[in-house]
Design a protein around this ligand. Structure first.
Ligand SMILES: *Cc1c(COP(=O)(O)O)cnc(C)c1O
Length: 384
């Protein structure tokens, strides 16, 4: 598969027709266990489904092919994937260097859960290589990169930070949820591992939770797989199948998400009601150059700062009609949220707190003109 281009791999990797019936779509193996041909005589290696399931395997093959990894593991959620990765690789006393606007759930997992087991986490401005060099400690084992970041769409130079991490004997892990592998390939840029919330763009239809770890090489596969097997946060067969189905249209969806978000960002940049437009596709965005270099599109996410302040931001988020007020992102339908009270409520008052005047948009793949018109009517409504 690896000789094919991305859009082809997304549709064919791990998706061979069923050898028994010729069904073009591999079946959903809704089973908890597999018959053995004599004790230990596993067919294709399958025994009990916490250890492995053919539908999950087919998704894992697809995920590895998308990111250009050697292997992938599919989990019940993005955070389950992160947890297995962190516990599989880290030991008490190890240090994790996290971006200062990392996904709040990642911060919570590290500072409220894994901290009890001796994992030390500090945050840093990852878009500043000198700050990263200064923040790395002898016991730093992982530098955790998220780019574009949430909700301020900051851009981190993956190749530069991976090099700094490696020079210090640490691993570079990239949460590639916001860009998706259609727009950004961290392993090719030097990262060691990639994690995903497949709940977002990979699933793409807001109908399934899931997560993935993709490995650039085989060093940590057994350790992370052991955590998955021992703890059991696997994706269910139907969930894995839905994710596989979503991934097949990822390439076309990401093109449309990017095109629509760019249109919204350019419209918003010309409106006095917005004091800030956070989108890497705008030329005056601080990370534009790096994004243009390491991404093949700027993605579907943007945030807007309301010049009139927090109350206006909240009113705006409640005044759209097509943009539905909801957490999450990456589905075909457009969503709007007020991060300080919604996605980022858990980091209010911490070093990860976000501006109080912003709304975050997950721009869907509806007609771009309809989306801009919806935002225009919301502005008109809140100015009345
Ligand atoms: C949603 C999200 C996660 C967590 O994934 P879940 O599937 O909700 O557990 C992690 N990282 C990023 C960037 C996310 O957006």
């Amino acid at each position: 598969m690896s000789e094919h281009s991305f859009a082809t791999r997304a549709i064919h990797a791990g998706q061979e027709p069923d050898p028994t019936t010729g069904s073009i779509i591999p079946p959903i193996y809704q089973a908890s266990t597999h018959v053995q041909d004599g004790i230990g005589g596993f067919r294709e290696g399958y025994e009990y489904n916490r250890a492995g399931n053919p539908t999950r395997s087919s998704l894992e093959t697809q995920l590895a092919a998308l990111e250009g990894g050697t292997r992938a593991l599919s989990f019940a959620s993005g955070l389950a994937a992160e947890d297995a990765l962190l516990r599989g690789i880290l030991s008490p006393g190890d240090h994790v260097l996290l971006s200062n606007d990392a996904y709040g759930g990642t911060y919570r997992l590290l500072t409220k859960v894994l901290s009890k087991w001796g994992i030390v986490t500090t945050t840093v401005e990852l878009s500043d290589p000198d700050a990263v060099r200064a923040a790395i400690r002898p016991e730093t084992k992982i530098v955790w990169i998220e780019t574009p970041s949430n909700p301020l769409l900051k851009i981190v130079d993956i190749a530069a930070i991976a090099e700094i991490a490696h020079a210090a004997g640490a691993l570079a892990v990239v949460d590639n949820t916001f860009a998706s592998p259609a727009l950004q390939q961290p392993l090719a840029l030097g990262a060691d591992l990639v994690v995903h919330s497949t709940t977002k763009y990979l699933g793409g239809h807001s109908d399934v939770l899931g997560g993935a770890v993709v490995f650039g090489d085989d060093r940590f596969v057994d350790d992370v797989k052991f955590q998955q097997f021992a703890v059991g946060a696997v994706s269910a067969p139907f969930d894995a199948w839905l994710t596989t189905r979503g991934i097949k249209t990822l390439a076309v969806r990401m093109r449309q998400h990017s095109e629509n978000a760019q249109a919204v960002a350019e419209w918003a940049a010309g409106r006095p009601e917005f004091s800030e437009v956070y989108h890497p596709g705008l030329e005056d965005h601080r990370g534009h150059e790096v994004a243009a270099r390491q991404m093949s599109g700027f993605g579907g996410m943007l945030s807007l700062g309301l010049a009139a302040g927090p109350a206006a931001a909240k009113a705006f988020a409640e005044s759209t009609e097509l943009f539905q007020l909801a957490e999450s992102l990456g589905g075909v339908e457009s969503l709007i949220g007020y991060p300080p009270d919604m996605t980022h409520a858990s980091v209010r008052g911490t070093e990860l707190a976000v501006p109080e005047n912003i709304v975050r948009l997950s721009v869907g793949i509806e007609d771009g003109g309809d989306l801009v018109a919806d935002l225009e009517q919301a502005l008109a409504r809140i100015s009345r």
